[in-house]
Design a protein. Structure first.
Length: 163
């Protein structure tokens, strides 16, 4: 079992600092090579975080709009997401937390939870949009198909789900 401790609070602070430095709307721990289910967000001047999120969808309404990712710099593609979502989880102290999101906040909660599940927004694209996105990735200056895969391990003893 894992605990909510000083090390987790430092990770949340680092995630927020990095997210702001990169001018992102959200950042998940796996994007920094840390295998924990926690992410931060900054949507419409609401800055926060959630650990061990579980999403609930209140209806079937969808939205489609441009989405990008700090892990895939400079590329934006229209992505379908649910319009309304409730994220239930915990704050950095282990207290229960619930975030109700609509519009951009709902998009961010879904996007960052996807990161925790190993899913990129590109995986959600379909048809011509997906083909265009993959072409743009291959043409991006940062793309290097010959680079060996990088496997990052958490520098801490924290792994997996935080309890």
């Amino acid at each position: 079992m894992r605990t909510f401790d000083k090390e987790l609070r430092q990770l949340v602070a680092d995630l927020i600092d990095t997210m702001h430095e990169k001018e992102g709307a959200g950042l998940a721990a796996p994007q920094l090579g840390v295998g924990l289910r926690v992410f931060t967000f900054d949507i419409d001047d609401v800055v926060g975080h959630i650990a061990n999120p579980v999403l609930e969808f209140t209806d079937e309404e969808e939205q489609e709009g441009p989405e990008g990712c700090l892990s895939i710099p400079g590329l934006y593609f229209d992505t379908k997401r649910r319009q309304n979502v409730i994220a239930k989880g915990f704050n950095e102290y282990g207290d229960p937390l619930q975030i109700v999101g609509t519009g951009l906040m709902a998009r961010c909660l879904q996007h960052e939870t996807d990161h925790l599940d190993g899913v990129l927004f590109l995986d959600r694209l379909e048809g011509e949009t997906k083909r265009a996105a993959m072409k743009a990735v291959r043409e991006a200056e940062w793309f290097n198909p010959d680079a060996p895969p990088v496997i990052k391990l958490s520098p801490s003893e924290l792994h997996g789900t935080i309890r």
